[in-house]
Design a protein around this ligand. Sequence first.
Ligand SMILES: NC(=O)c1ccc[n+]([C@@H]2O[C@H](COP(=O)([O-])OP(=O)(O)OC[C@H]3O[C@@H](n4cnc5c(N)ncnc54)[C@H](O)[C@@H]3O)[C@@H](O)[C@H]2O)c1
Ligand SMILES: O=C(O)C(=O)C[C@@H](O)[C@H](O)[C@H](O)COP(=O)(O)O
Ligand SMILES: [Zn+2]
Length: 367
Amino acid sequence: MTGTPKELTVTAQQGDYKVVIGTGLLQQASSWLTSILNPKTSLMIVYDAKLESLGYVKTLEQSLKKEFVNVYSFAVESGESSKSLQHAARLYSAFLAAGLDRRSAVLALGGGVIGDLAGFAAATFMRGIDFVQIPTTLLAHDASIGGKVAINLPEGKNLVGAFHAPRLVLYDVATLQTLPLYERSSGLAEAIKHGVIYDPELFAYIEEHVEPILLGDSDALTHLLYQSCKVKAKIVSQDERESGIRAFLNFGHTIGHAIEALQYGYYTHGAAVAIGMIYETKIARRLGKIDVEFEDRLRVLLEKAQLPTSLPAEQKSKEAIDALIEHMRRDKKAHSRSLPFILPERLGTVSFEASVDEAVVRQVLAD
Ligand SMILES: NC(=O)c1ccc[n+]([C@@H]2O[C@H](COP(=O)([O-])OP(=O)(O)OC[C@H]3O[C@@H](n4cnc5c(N)ncnc54)[C@H](O)[C@@H]3O)[C@@H](O)[C@H]2O)c1
Ligand SMILES: O=C(O)C(=O)C[C@@H](O)[C@H](O)[C@H](O)COP(=O)(O)O
Ligand SMILES: [Zn+2]
């Protein structure tokens, strides 16, 4: 994709913001940022350490220094384990050492881990300062839009967090060229989810283009990204704080988050969600909400996307299932330790089931 970037607008209480999707946006970052921030604003780039050797940090710094006087950067080691209170504390210290104040802004350069962690630090530092998302993974199309920011606890994923809308999402698709194949697969899982919950055409597009997407074809990636961001933007614009329709974005996550939290970093987020989507579809089948044809179609697509669709036998022991269920009971959708799920009814339509019988969940996981 060359030429004019595509733009979407997201509605948020703290102020509407743009999602800009295009190539070469890191080089143009200063002009996008001066459209929302005063050049006197101190900027702290929080970046994934892996991105340094790929040149993205320098490119961004060089662009910003053309317009902004105070540009600082701070590296965070890559991986899910960085979404922790300890890492947030390191960020607060770095912000203070650089002299950030309430008028400063945090720029998150990286995937969902950096967006969630840096966003959480921005949401809480001095009770909240501006933050900008500069996503560099396919998965982060989901993570960078909607203002959910969080860190993990040993007891569960994203258990401490906030809703803190970014001022801007600047998505340079060129950065996706350096993503390893399994990270493109991971990102595809969330795009497939967007197709299932809201957009059958997007689902069909992925079915048709999964190979070029995995190979990094930039037209296919850009189309996918734009359509998938559109779904996310539409949903969070209608229900920013998850009092209704936003919960649909959690399809695959009651089980997916439990799988992730049992062994942080073992599965990518997308891989855990892919397994979660299949097991949650099986729950929907047991409850008579959906037919086997849908489950088969979803499984075929996830397999084509090189994602896992079941747990290996050693992760299905009685003890492992007990632990998974315990995690699910701490899910943020749960009330009084219920087992809550988003269940598919047909392609493009899902519903919220506040409390599913534990026996059904156990049977599905043990099968
Ligand atoms: N806030 C939300 O709404 C939301 C939505 C979905 C997921 N998430 C969270 O996002 C996280 C997962 O995000 P992710 O999949 O982006 O993981 P990630 O941030 O760990 O990035 C994945 C890997 O890609 C590397 N990487 C990043 N950009 C790269 C590039 N351009 N080239 C090469 N390598 C690159 C990283 O170093 C890392 O190893 C999870 O913690 C999940 O809970 C949040
Ligand atoms: O934006 C949302 O809302 C989502 O549910 C998107 C999910 O893909 C994402 O993983 C999110 O972080 C999960 O939210 P949580 O509230 O279950 O932690
Ligand atoms: Zn997710």
